[in-house]
Write a protein that binds this ligand. Structure first.
Ligand code: HEC
Length: 111
């Protein structure tokens, strides 16, 4: 119970922190993690693009217009929700879901 509350506060703080950075380009992390981002794109195109084309909405909702925190995306990948399937560790290992998150953060359009 206490953990859930802590998580909720964390999510709210992340959302607040991200929205105040609207319009600020994420150039630095992009440069330092470029390889990770490129590998993330390959994985994203393979597993996610059918329903979230280019990060926009398709069968699934748009992912590039909100500051979803990484742990939440990784949770969603592992557990799925509604129509979205769960991807097991055998299909998308943790290091690959981190790359997918890095790519998703790189293609965000927050304004
Ligand atoms: C078969 C189609 C499908 C595939 C493939 C798919 N998704 Fe989804 N995704 C959905 C749908 C539908 C939802 C909305 C689920 C709901 O709210 O019931 C969703 C929701 C999400 C959300 C939550 C969005 C929000 O606004 O809270 C995230 C994050 C997400 N998907 C990431 C991914 C990632 C990353 C992949 C690839 C590993 C992926 N999805 C693959 C259909 C898909």
């Amino acid at each position: 119970m206490k953990l859930k509350f802590t998580l909720l506060i964390f999510v709210l703080m992340m959302a607040a922190a991200c929205s105040s950075r609207k319009g600020v380009p994420y150039t630095e992390p992009l440069q330092t993690r470029e390889q990770e981002v490129l590998q993330g794109k390959v994985l994203y195109d393979r597993y996610c693009n059918t329903c979230h084309p280019g990060g926009s909405s398709g069968l699934g909702p748009a992912l590039n217009n909100k500051p979803l925190p990484g742990f939440l995306i990784r949770y969603q990948i592992r557990h799925g929700l509604g129509v979205m399937p769960a991807f097991s560790k055998e299909v998308i290992p943790p290091e690959d879901s981190k790359k997918i998150v890095a790519y998703m953060k790189a293609v965000r359009k927050l304004d």
